[in-house]
Design a binder for this molecule. Structure first.
Ligand SMILES: NC(=O)c1ccc[n+]([C@@H]2O[C@H](COP(=O)([O-])OP(=O)(O)OC[C@H]3O[C@@H](n4cnc5c(N)ncnc54)[C@H](OP(=O)(O)O)[C@@H]3O)[C@@H](O)[C@H]2O)c1
Length: 316
């Protein structure tokens, strides 16, 4: 099978560590099945794999990608991106591709229990854009922050897969959404994607918000604690600018702010997400689609920071 994979990770040149070529397809173990992959999508997690921070041992060819959609036994399906750990319901930290192969290949072997029917209104690439970023956004908004219609959400960063998913999901749930971005072009795109307001990074919010979705880290975390109102919630799923951020303790206790960590989601949340997307006819924002041979270029675009929405891969 033709695949985009990594054998020799590189901390300095992750895009250069992508190899594209033929690999053998392993047979599915009990409870797993083979999917003819039609499309996949990239995430920051793939960059961590290419840098040698995530995933299995160097020297072993490992297919990239935790996101994919394809055909299994004649059914059009989406693949739950998390590797199951029996009994674990929180901390979904291992993704497909962390042990064994991922999904950026013509065929993938995945747990059969994780397959969910593909919404018919989505293209293969749109479907493949959902699993990692949208599942993360769904759990943050609905499980962790318990978002209700009429509440307000602030999303730090405008162009990432998680941010664009949050805009769509929160709007569909009847919330108002503000985003921050360093880029005027991305603020404009966010408004077109459905956000009600787009602020410069660190700009004061007109009104304190109920929920802040935080994945940027130290560059925005103080602004997040300034922006959330009394009794509000900050949900953190990432730390793109570093792992240590200031926490203004007086704001935390005086306003009784709750801070949650969140990672990926359960299989049940994945099925709920896909049902929500189908009911509301939502479509992920796609920045760019390319073939397997162009995965290095997509990784470079992700690292360049100019993308707005998901970077998708047409497999066949
Ligand atoms: N825990 C989980 O389950 C999970 C799942 C998916 C992703 N993540 C994490 O979530 C984060 C977002 O991932 P992603 O794939 O959605 O998108 P991404 O492409 O990593 O998103 C980058 C966002 O961060 C903002 N940003 C980057 N550097 C910044 C800086 N110095 N100052 C202010 N803003 C900055 C950008 O905002 P601008 O609009 O200003 O450019 C952009 O919107 C990553 O850290 C990723 O690892 C975690």
């Amino acid at each position: 099978m033709r695949a985009a994979y990594v054998t020799a990770p590189s901390a300095d040149d992750p895009a250069g560590a992508v190899e594209v070529g033929d690999l053998d397809v392993p047979g599915p173990p009990d409870g797993w099945c083979r999917v003819d992959v039609r499309a996949g999508a990239l995430n920051m997690h793939d960059v961590w794999t290419l840098r040698g921070v995530a995933g299995g041992p160097a020297g072993t060819p490992r297919v990239l990608g935790s996101d994919g959609a394809g055909v299994c036994d004649g059914r059009d399906v989406l693949v739950y991106p998390v590797l199951p750990v029996p009994g674990r319901t929180v901390g979904h930290t291992e993704l497909l591709g962390d042990r064994g192969h991922g999904l950026l290949a013509e065929q993938a072997v995945v747990p059969a229990a994780g397959l969910v029917p593909k919404p018919a209104h989505l293209t293969w690439e749109e479907a493949a854009a959902l699993p990692t970023a949208w599942l993360t956004a769904y759990r943050m908004l609905f499980t962790k922050a318990r978002l209700r219609a009429g509440q307000s959400v602030l999303v730090q960063g405008a162009g990432g897969g998680v941010s664009t998913a949050v805009i769509a999901l929160a709007k569909a749930a009847g919330a108002s959404v503000a985003v921050t971005s360093r880029s005027a072009a991305k603020r404009e795109r966010a408004l077109r994607a459905g956000a009600d307001a787009a602020l410069r990074t660190d700009e004061r919010v007109p009104e304190p918000v109920d929920v802040v979705i935080e994945s940027v880290g130290p560059a925005t975390f103080d602004h997040s604690t300034r922006s959330v109102g009394p009794g509000g919630t900050i949900v953190v799923c990432g730390a793109s600018t570093g792992f240590t951020a200031p926490l203004h303790l007086a704001r935390l206790f005086a306003r009784e702010i709750t801070v949650h960590g969140s990672t990926m989601g359960t299989r049940e949340e994945f099925a709920d997400l896909v049902g929500f997307v189908e009911r509301h006819r939502l479509r992920p924002v796609i920045d760019r689609t390319a073939g397997l041979a162009d995965v290095p270029a997509l990784v470079r675009r992700m690292l360049g920071g100019d993308a707005f929405g998901k970077l998708c891969v047409t497999v066949r």
